[in-house]
Design a protein around this ligand. Structure first.
Ligand SMILES: *Cc1c(COP(=O)(O)O)cnc(C)c1O
Length: 420
């Protein structure tokens, strides 16, 4: 059906105000945040300790340490795994930048592995080829909330004596073979940034079942002191530490949102299912999949455009950008999540993290190759995708998924209006 696209002056398919923002805030949030404010401990306070305990219960981990960001928790994972100067950590070529920069933070070298096109996750079949005598750990990123095949990752790690870090910053509540993410590897990191499925503004959680890993993380988390603020401190820096502690107001907010998380995730799954049902018959769209054994949390619903089927032989990302702009004009909150694969980012191409080429010039490191041609799948994904978060989040229901699908359909059926 021919309809004038909003990008060329037509009426937007999604009325203004139809999509509600994330996260929903109710009286419980107001009550607990205000109670923290009215208390007298605003730094690492009682809400932080309670948040750690409640998150440990929710995810089923023995130990948790709450941080001021997911990136801080990821860095603590690198440290907890015993990675040090010159050690290599394998990381997917397509992720958030800090999945890889947290490795540099500990004087270690990121080594990229291409992704699998269908799952958009680390290609588990390519891990082994990237292992060298310097490899110490594998960072498995559960991208968009879809779990990596952790049985395969753990099998490779066991064969080579490697540690496994789970970057679960996007994957709260996702399961692989019925077991939650953050329970598979040696340690894991969650983020509570506003965009994540559990929002406390900013914040993060380091989780592990190993007491030794907890102690290593703790020893760097608060100025390199070995005692936590709730213990009797001696104000002595035993190691190069950071200030990665969470604070009471943020943790209070996180606690109240955690009480609602299972409900949010159920809504998100129902919305994603509705969107998929509505889009399934549209040609030229590659919809996200949920392989056998994986339960997605639908943090980000990512679509790829089939450029070959669209008959588009030119620059894929240019054409994708045009389609996305047309969808945005219809009121679809979608966008390109990562325009750049990790290895092409300047921080890696320049190989100059700390000046004078460090840590790549450290005598303990070995040369590493970041030429982008090694990661064709990540590049193809990056050039052809568009992602979506808020339209599928609570309090939006399946009716918003339907509206979103109708707007996407309108654009895809009138692509001729975008030519030229
Ligand atoms: C958000 C995110 C991070 C970082 O979390 P912050 O809390 O923003 O520091 C790391 N990895 C992935 C995959 C993320 O999506």
């Amino acid at each position: 059906m021919s309809e004038k696209l909003a990008v060329s002056g037509g009426t937007p398919a999604i009325p203004e105000g139809a999509v509600k923002s994330w996260p929903p805030i109710d009286d419980l949030d107001r009550e607990v945040v205000l109670a923290s404010l009215n208390g007298d401990n605003h730094a690492f306070g009682p809400n932080c300790t309670a948040f750690q305990n409640e998150f440990a219960d929710w995810n089923g981990n023995r130990f948790t340490l709450t941080t001021n960001s997911g990136t801080a928790a990821l860095h603590l994972c690198v440290a907890a795994c015993g990675c040090g100067a010159g050690d290599e950590v394998l990381v997917p070529a397509y992720s958030w930048s800090s999945s890889a920069t947290c490795i540099l933070h500990h004087n270690c070298i990121p080594v990229f592995v291409d992704i699998d096109f269908d799952t958009m996750n680390l290609d588990v079949e390519r891990i082994e080829a990237a292992i060298t005598p310097k490899t110490k750990a594998i960072m498995a990123v559960h991208l968009h909330g879809l779990p990596v095949d952790m049985e395969k990752v753990m099998a490779v790690a066991d064969r080579h004596g490697l540690k496994v870090i789970e970057d679960a910053c996007q994957a709260h509540g996702a399961t692989f073979k019925g077991k939650k993410v953050g329970k598979w590897g040696h340690c894991a990191a969650f983020s509570f940034n506003q965009n994540k499925c559990l929002c406390s503004g900013e914040g993060g959680m380091f989780v592990t079942d190993s007491e030794e890993m907890l102690e290593r993380a703790q020893s760097l988390w608060s100025f390199g002191e070995t005692r936590t603020p709730s213990q009797d401190r001696d104000y002595h820096a035993y190691a190069v530490g950071w200030m990665y502690r969470n604070n009471d107001l943020t943790a209070a907010f996180g606690r109240s949102q955690l009480k609602k998380l299972d409900g949010y995730l159920a809504q998100q799954r129902a919305n994603a299912k509705r969107l998929t049902d509505c889009l399934r018959d549209l040609p030229h769209l590659l919809l996200p999949s949920e392989p056998e054994g994986c339960e997605h949390n639908w943090y980000n619903y990512t679509i790829r455009f089939d450029m070959a089927a669209l008959g588009h032989g030119g620059d894929a990302s240019d054409f994708r950008d045009k389609i996305v702009a047309a969808m945005n004009a219809e009121g679809v909150q979608t966008g390109v999540w990562q325009k750049f694969i990790l290895p092409v980012m300047t921080v890696f191409q320049a190989k100059n993290g700390y000046g004078q080429g460090c840590p790549w010039t450290c005598p303990l490191s070995q040369p590493v190759d970041y030429s982008p041609e090694q990661f064709p799948v990540a590049q193809k994904h990056s050039d052809t995708h568009t992602g979506m978060t808020v339209p599928l989040r609570a309090p939006n229901g399946p009716e918003v998924a339907e509206l979103t699908a109708a707007a996407i359909r309108k654009v895809m059926e009138n692509l001729d209006q975008l030519e030229g």
